[in-house]
Write a protein that binds this ligand. Structure first.
Ligand code: ATP
Ligand code: MG
Length: 382
C-alpha cells in the first residue's frame, strides 16, 4: 500500500534527516515508527504526504509514484494527525473535525452529521462538546478531536505523528485501547510515529526502530523486536524493563477469564448466599437488570436484598486492554481480581493467577528465550 524506496532527505543546511530509507506497509497494517527525538520520524511521515519533498528516492502509494501525483489530491487520501494536536484554536470542535470535508465542498448538513458520527466514534459527546473551542477541552479530548479530524473524509491511509504524545500515561493508555478497538473496525493503513517504545509495541502490527539520521535498525513485529533485537542499538532501546513491555503487548482475551457466581440486584441475599455455597465461592458479581456490571457482594452479608448490600465495582478494564493495564488496576485498587467488560457487558474476572497464565502464553508463543522468572520479577519490581 505504501512503499518507500531508498528515500533520502537532506535539508538545505546540510542536515541529513533521512538516509536511504526503505519501508513497505501493507494494506490495513498499522506500522509504528519509533526512535529518539530528531531521528527523522516526522520528516519521513511528511515525505509520504508531500509536505516535504525527498532529495532522492521514490515513494509509492498503491503502486503509484506519489512524486508525480497532485499533492492536494494525494492528501485527501491520507488523514494526518499533526504532532502536538494542531487544532485550529478559533474553530469549534465540530468545525475542526470537518476541516477536510469543508475543503472538499461537502454540504454543511452532511458535514455536521459526519462530525457527530466521528466524535461519537472517538468517545466524545457531540451534543456536549461539539460547540466548544479547543482550549475548553482536556488534553485527551483534544487528541481525540485530532483523530476524528483525520478520519473525517474516510481516507484509506492515516499518518499519525505522536497523536497521543501530549497526555499523561493513564489517559494515553486509555486512548490507545480505544484506538485499537477503532482500528479493528476501520482497518486503515497507518503510519504511526512515537518516541515511546511501549506505545510502538502495543499498537504496531509491525514497528520500525529508527536510529539518528533516519536509519531503520529493525523492521519487524513487536514480538520479534522484543524477543530478538537485531542490533545492540535495538537491544538497548527496547532492553529496559522487558517484562513490563511483554505485559503491555499482550491483550486480555475472553479465554483468560474466570466466571464467578453471578447474582441480580433484585435477588434476596439468602438466595445469593445459597448460590455462593453451591458454587463454592465467597463472593459474587452483581449485575443489573440489563446484564450490566453493577458491583459485587460477599458472604459476610446475609440480610435484605442484593441491591442493598452490593458494593461498587472499582477495579475493571475493557476486554482487549493490555495485561499491564489490568495489573495496574489490581495494584491501584489492591484487588485480588478485576472485572473485564465489553462496553457495559460483564464478561468475567481476571485473577493474578490467570494474568500470570496469559503472560506465560504470550511468552511461549514468542519462544523468545526470556525466562519466565525474569519477566515476572521485572513486573513486580516495576
Ligand atoms: N526544516 C529543517 N531544516 C533543517 N533541519 C531540519 C528541518 N526540519 C527538521 N530538521 C532536522 O532533521 C532531523 C530530523 O527531524 P524530525 O523532525 O524528522 O525528527 P523527529 O524524529 O520527528 O523528532 P521528534 O521526536 O523530536 O519529533 C533533526 O535533526 C532536525 O533538526
Ligand atoms: Mg517529530
Amino acid at each position: 500500500m505504501i512503499r518507500l524506496d531508498r528515500v533520502t532527505k537532506r535539508y538545505p543546511d546540510g542536515t541529513e534527516a533521512v538516509a536511504e530509507l526503505s519501508l513497505e506497509v501493507e494494506r490495513g497494517e498499522l506500522v509504528t515508527l519509533v526512535g529518539p527525538s530528531g531521528c527523522g520520524k516526522t520528516t519521513t511521515m511528511k515525505m509520504v504526504n508531500r509536505l516535504i519533498e525527498p532529495t532522492s528516492g521514490q515513494i509509492f502509494l498503491d503502486g503509484e509514484d506519489i512524486t508525480k501525483a497532485d499533492p492536494v489530491k494525494l492528501r485527501r487520501r491520507m488523514g494526518y494527525v499533526i504532532q502536538s494536536g494542531g487544532l485550529f484554536p478559533h474553530r469549534t470542535v465540530i468545525e475542526n473535525t470537518v476541516t477536510v470535508p469543508s475543503l472538499l465542498g461537502w454540504e454543511r448538513r452532511k458535514s455536521r452529521a459526519r462530525a457527530a458520527e466521528l466524535l461519537e466514534m472517538v468517545g466524545l459527546d457531540p451534543a456536549k462538546l461539539g460547540d466548544r473551542y479547543p482550549h475548553q477541552l482536556s488534553g485527551g479530548q483534544r487528541q481525540r478531536v485530532g483523530v476524528a479530524r483525520a478520519l473525517a473524509a474516510d481516507p484509506p491511509v492515516l499518518l499519525m505523528d505522536e497523536p497521543f504524545g501530549a497526555v499523561d500515561p493513564v489517559v494515553r493508555e486509555r486512548l490507545q485501547t480505544e484506538f485499537l478497538r477503532l482500528q479493528r473496525e476501520l482497518k486503515k493503513t497507518i503510519l504511526f510515529v512515537t518516541h515511546d517504545i511501549e506505545e510502538a509495541v502495543r499498537l504496531g502490527d509491525r514497528m520500525a526502530v529508527f536510529s539518528m539520521g533516519g536509519h531503520i535498525e529493525q523492521y519487524d513485529t513487536p514480538s520479534s523486536v522484543l524477543g530478538a533485537p537485531s542490533t545492540d542499538y535495538v537491544a538497548d532501546f527496547v532492553g529496559a524493563d522487558r517484562g513490563l513491555k511483554r505485559l503491555s503487548v499482550t491483550e486480555i482475551t475472553p479465554e483468560d477469564l474466570e466466571h464467578p457466581p453471578v447474582v441480580r440486584l433484585d435477588d434476596p441475599m439468602s438466595h445469593a448466599l445459597a448460590r455462593l455455597r453451591t458454587q463454592g465461592s465467597r463472593w459474587a458479581v452483581v449485575l443489573d437488570d440489563d446484564g450490566n456490571l453493577h458491583g459485587w457482594v460477599d458472604d459476610r452479608e446475609s440480610d435484605g436484598k442484593v441491591r442493598d448490600r452490593a458494593r461498587r465495582m472499582e477495579a475493571w478494564v475493557p476486554v482487549h486492554a493490555s495485561l499491564k493495564q489490568a495489573f495496574g488496576e489490581m495494584l491501584q485498587h489492591d484487588a485480588g481480581w478485576i472485572a473485564v467488560v465489553d462496553g457495559d457487558r460483564f464478561l468475567g474476572v481476571l485473577t493474578p493467577a490467570r494474568l500470570h497464565e496469559a503472560l506465560r502464553r504470550s511468552i511461549g508463543a514468542e519462544e523468545s528465550g526470556v525466562p519466565l522468572e525474569e519477566v515476572v520479577l521485572d513486573t513486580i519490581e516495576g
